[in-house]
Design a binder for this molecule. Structure first.
Ligand code: AN0
Ligand code: CP
Length: 315
């Protein structure tokens, strides 16, 4: 595997889920694969889970790990081609990327949507430069439009917890004070569409996701109706796609609370984290036995380990 950016990169989901199960049962079984191999993970944005779980996955596979917080510990990087670099950025990505590539065997990169330019975000300009110039396999640790390691871990978690063959999975928008990327819901939809689940997405009008992700997906604007009979409730805030990057609603009625969970089929509550309590979800729900957010986060090691293992096998 040369890159892991979206669902198609993982191939057959059933095979990937089987591999995840094997890795989870025997996390050190493939530690010989990473001997004398190095992964560099680069962060242009904050992270707790991705940063730690990806390191842990790479260490389980016997790799050396280097982590760089680009904004804090490196030079400011210019990304536009053809500019006169007389501003505050001393280095260009065009040199920085192949240099980083020369120090490692795999690169992981986190870089959120800027919300400045919808087209630039949806073209994944930064990620594509890493693919083009690094010379090594690239893993998305959440890009402008997708968060594939999260969606893979989410799917694996659903597989672990489901009690029916084809569970009803509801992705619900929930309020948040600041504009958040569409990457998590985009990937969640992208992966669920390929999985054996009944997917329903619910959000206030104006929060439609990019059609490339939601074409063919069932949308229910009435949140309570969407929750009826659900086996999994997956909450997430995102900013508007059409009014790009805008917060159109902070309606607290969309928070996931005990009353709404009572409409479900004793559903499990999921969220990628970090989550704002009593904005997105009530204390009562996240502290209940129905909440599986910590197990979900723990499975981020598993999804990263499947991906890194596949890359190591091809080095
Ligand atoms: C980010 C987001 O919504 O994409 C990261 C989630 C994994 N969340 C925040 O910035 C709070
Ligand atoms: N879910 C997730 O990716 O969390 P972090 O932003 O903390 O990495």
């Amino acid at each position: 595997m040369k890159r892991f950016l979206k669902v198609d990169d993982i191939g057959d989901l059933q095979i990937a889920l089987k591999e995840a199960e094997i890795q989870k049962k025997n996390p050190f079984g493939f530690s010989y694969l990473g001997k004398n191999k190095t992964i560099i993970i680069l962060f242009f944005n904050s992270s707790l889970r991705t940063r730690l779980s990806t390191q842990r996955a790479a260490m389980n596979l016997g790799m050396n790990v280097i982590v760089l917080d680009v904004n804090k510990d490196s030079w400011k990087l210019e990304s536009e081609m053809g500019v006169i670099m007389d501003g505050d950025k001393p280095e260009h990505l065009r040199e920085a990327i192949p240099v980083i590539g020369s120090y490692c065997d795999i690169i992981g990169i986190r870089s959120f949507a800027t919300f400045e330019d919808k087209e630039a975000d949806y073209q994944e300009k930064l990620l594509n430069q890493f693919i083009q110039y690094s010379g090594v396999p690239v893993i998305s640790l959440e890009s402008a439009t997708r968060h594939p390691l999260q969606a893979f871990a989410d799917l694996f978690t659903i597989e672990e917890y489901k009690t029916v063959q084809r569970p009803k999975v509801v992705l619900t928008w929930a309020p948040h004070p600041r504009a958040l990327p569409q990457a998590v819901p985009n990937s969640f939809v992208e992966w669920m569409k390929k999985a054996d689940v009944e997917l329903v997405v619910t959000y206030p009008e104006g929060y439609e996701l990019a059609p490339e992700f939601t074409d063919g997906v069932t949308v229910e604007y009435d949140q309570e109706k969407a929750f009826e009979g659900a086996d999994f409730i997956y909450a997430k805030n995102w900013a508007s796609f059409s009014e790009y990057g805008q917060v159109l609603s902070t309606d607290r009625n969309w928070m996931v609370d005990e009353e709404k969970m009572a409409l479900t089929n004793n559903a499990k509550f999921m969220h990628c984290l970090p989550v704002r309590r009593n904005m997105i979800v009530s204390d009562g729900v996240i502290d209940s036995p129905q909440s599986i957010v910590v197990d979900e986060a723990a499975n981020r090691i598993v999804s990263a380990q499947v991906v890194i293992k596949r890359m190591l096998e091809k080095l």
